[in-house]
Design a protein around this ligand. Structure first.
Ligand SMILES: Nc1ncnc2c1ncn2[C@@H]1O[C@H](COP(=O)(O)OP(=O)(O)OP(=O)(O)O)[C@@H](O)[C@H]1O
Length: 311
């Protein structure tokens, strides 16, 4: 069995999973256990472990417990300290949306815990990285998706919505995303975007959703790009142009039909090449794996690389 270094967000899923945490604590043998006490601390914990654990082939694994945001923080912390032997990330979902667990087919917290005992080696998943002009953070890694505009506004709305905690109480966390979607649509303006990917130089004057994605789901189980896989070495971009509410409703319903929305004229799907650049010419909100990146101008270069996951 590997040596598990646990980083747990006790407030993930609005903190309603205390029993699950007690069960994990009693059934798992771990080398260390750290609970976060503030947002951003999972990154610090992970960075310190990456720095302190010997950089040699080993059985060490960092186990993140929480939602997609906690997983994102752990990933970013580990990648802040360059190692020859990257430490694999294991994960037990305990959040509201749990899109990573959905894409990686980990099941719920109980199933993920029992799977841990059966895993013998790590597997490489693709992670995306943006470097450049973005509010707060210059460099940011993501494993699910990174969005600017509509989806980021939905994340922000959901995070600050009192309904999230209430719905989470009844296991209906995904519903809080749906409420936010409808609320945000009315307020989201369109913005111009320029993309340079490989030989393509593209201008989209009226974008309202721009999402780089590494897997099928976002927003708590919405299949944005059903064909996308965490194991595929590459990243996809989905762009939706500003549309009327009726068109939006049509697109939203088509989302349920396994990629039906991608056939809409105002929805575009692009494969991104290494070192593609994306320039958003407006002040917009951003999100990475459901973590708010803040409002600002976004002008960055995109790369992707492999990282080992113990899943
Ligand atoms: N002790 C803490 N106090 C306040 N915020 C915290 C604490 N620990 C972590 N956080 C923050 O909580 C936010 C949400 O965490 P997380 O994504 O793990 O759960 P979630 O939002 O319930 O799940 P999901 O992202 O799957 O919907 C993250 O931005 C994280 O930085």
């Amino acid at each position: 069995m590997p040596q598990f270094y646990v980083i747990n967000n006790p407030l993930a899923g609005s903190g309603r999973h205390q029993e699950k945490i007690s069960k994990i604590k009693s059934q798992l043998t771990f080398a260390s256990w750290q609970d976060t006490t503030f947002a951003g601390q999972a990154t610090r914990f992970a960075k310190k472990l990456a720095k302190d654990l010997p950089d040699v082939p080993s059985e060490n694994v960092i186990l993140a417990i929480g939602g997609d945001g906690t997983l994102n923080e752990v990933l970013n912390g580990l990648l802040k300290f360059k190692r020859h032997n990257p430490i694999p990330i294991a994960y037990i979902p305990n959040g509201s949306g749990n899109d990573f667990a959905r894409a990686a087919q980990l099941g719920d917290a109980n199933e993920s815990l029992s799977r841990l005992a059966k895993i013998r080696s790590s597997q490489l998943l693709t992670v995306g990285k943006i470097v450049g002009d973005a509010p707060k953070k210059q460099t940011r890694y993501f494993v699910n998706n990174l969005g600017i505009g509509f989806d980021a506004a939905v994340v922000s709305q959901t995070n600050h919505d009192k309904w999230k905690a209430r719905l989470n109480k009844f296991g209906l966390g995904s519903l809080s995303y749906l409420f936010s979607v409808l609320k945000v649509f009315a307020n989201q303006n369109s913005f111009p975007v320029t993309i340079n990917s490989g030989d393509d130089y593209l201008n989209f004057p009226r974008v309202f959703l721009l999402t780089l994605t590494n897997q099928a789901y976002f927003g708590g189980g919405i299949a944005l790009l059903p064909e996308a896989k965490l194991t595929t070495y590459g990243l996809d971009l989905v762009i939706a142009e500003k549309m009327s509410f009726v068109e939006f409703l049509g697109m939203f319903l088509a989302l349920k039909k396994n990629g039906g929305h991608l056939k809409f004229k105002k929805v575009h799907h692009l494969k991104m090449s290494q070192n593609a650049t994306i320039h958003v010419r407006d002040i917009q909100p951003g999100q990475a794996d459901g973590e708010e990146l803040g409002n600002g101008s976004y002008d960055f270069q995109l790369t992707f690389e492999h990282y080992p996951f113990w899943i």
